[in-house]
Design a protein around this ligand. Structure first.
Ligand code: GLY
Length: 365
């Protein structure tokens, strides 16, 4: 990939959070961040994939010369208590103290689990995220959500705790396969839907089957700015941060079903399918424009294919939705849209409406 356009945007979150830096010079930004923390011990967390594909791009930085490596298995299946214990053990055996620093180099699984490991080790040490997937750049690594899966439920255990800084370098996009680009892009699509028509139109025009990485880099900056704006308003998800859950109530249910049935589904694919479900509900309940629903359905169908479900799985999907941590007492909560950027949080739907939504999904995707 060509190096493309470099950004040097500094996005300030709130008082507890240091900036998200869209790096022009990762070496300089990381060195400055480490010097700021002045850790007594430095650890770098990778998974086996990012150890191979991403670590070589930074391992010669002199700021990392003393770093102790911790490497875990990749993919969401490894986002478990056992893997977390492996990281705690490595921190402990490596002489980690409350003044140590953990650098998470990887996708959402590494930044979520690493963030949680850091937030709980010795009651909390500083961590830096260097996201390497599109998904983690535009979503997972940004905004302070950390955690692991538990008892088959996604991100069931975790805490809100912001990274010391997030260093975003789009050079890592060239390490990704097409599926991982598509996966991250689904969160960008969500950011388009919750922001404005111009951004959404740009996203729907983009040729995802043959991505122009330079254009994608531009769109990443815009997408992260949407998330930053929402997270600044509401870091702990008491209100408007729920906008970021668009597509995720149904999406997490698809993901949990896939996990239970040993079907491999990347997070963003589940979100893309979840967006279809929840935009359908938005159309029925909030008057979201049908023409836009159709455009998003076509885009998702073309780029994400389908997730096969039968009516026999509706009850199970409904159960997963009622167990979603976004819900209270068995009521299924959705974030819906009356239009692009016109967000309606805390919407509920009953079982019949949810089954109708799943019918729409089955018939249209
Ligand atoms: N991924 C949604 C959020 O960060 O709130």
């Amino acid at each position: 990939m060509r190096r493309g356009v470099c950004y040097n945007i500094i996005i300030n979150l709130n008082m507890d959070m240091l900036p998200i830096i869209i790096c022009k010079d990762l070496r300089a930004e990381l060195t400055a961040a480490i010097e700021h923390v002045r850790p007594d011990r430095l650890f770098v967390l990778t998974d086996t994939t990012t150890l191979k594909c991403c670590w070589p791009k930074i391992k010669d930085f002199s700021a990392l010369s003393q770093a102790q490596m911790i490497t875990i298995q990749p993919t969401d299946e490894a986002k478990t208590l056992d893997t977390l214990a492996q990281v705690w053990t490595a921190l402990s055996e490596g002489g980690g103290t409350r003044h140590s620093l953990l650098v998470n180099l990887g996708g959402g699984m590494v930044t979520d689990l690493g963030g949680f490991a850091a937030s709980t080790f010795k009651r909390g040490i500083a961590y830096i995220n260097i996201p390497t997937t599109l998904l983690s750049m535009v979503d997972a690594a940004v905004g302070g959500k950390t955690g692991i899966n538990f008892h088959g439920l996604k991100n069931e255990i975790g805490v809100f705790n912001a990274a010391f800084t997030v260093l975003l370098d789009t050079q890592f996009l060239c390490t990704l396969d097409a599926e991982n680009i598509c996966s991250g892009y689904a969160e960008m699509l969500k950011h388009g839907l919750i922001s404005d028509m111009e951004h959404l139109a740009e996203l729907l025009r983009f040729d995802l089957s043959n991505p122009d990485l330079r254009q994608l880099q531009n769109m990443v900056a815009r997408s992260v700015a949407v998330k930053e704006h929402v997270v600044t308003e509401d870091p702990h998800e008491h209100g408007i941060r729920k906008a970021l859950n668009l597509g995720h109530t149904a999406g997490h249910a698809f993901e949990s079903l896939a996990l239970a049935e040993n079907r491999t589904v990347l997070h963003g694919y589940a979100v893309a399918w979840g967006l279809i479900c929840e935009l359908y509900l938005s159309t029925v309940r909030m008057g979201f424009p049908q023409s836009l629903l159709r455009q998003v359905v076509n885009f998702v169908k073309e780029n994400y294919g389908s997730f096969t479900i039968t009516c026999k799985e509706y009850d199970r999907l409904f159960d997963f939705m009622t167990h979603d941590k976004k819900n209270t007492a068995g009521i299924v909560n959705f974030t819906l849209l009356a239009n692009v950027g016109d967000i309606r949080i805390n919407q509920t739907a009953n079982k019949d409406e949810i089954f109708e939504m799943l019918d729409f999904f089955r018939e249209n995707i």
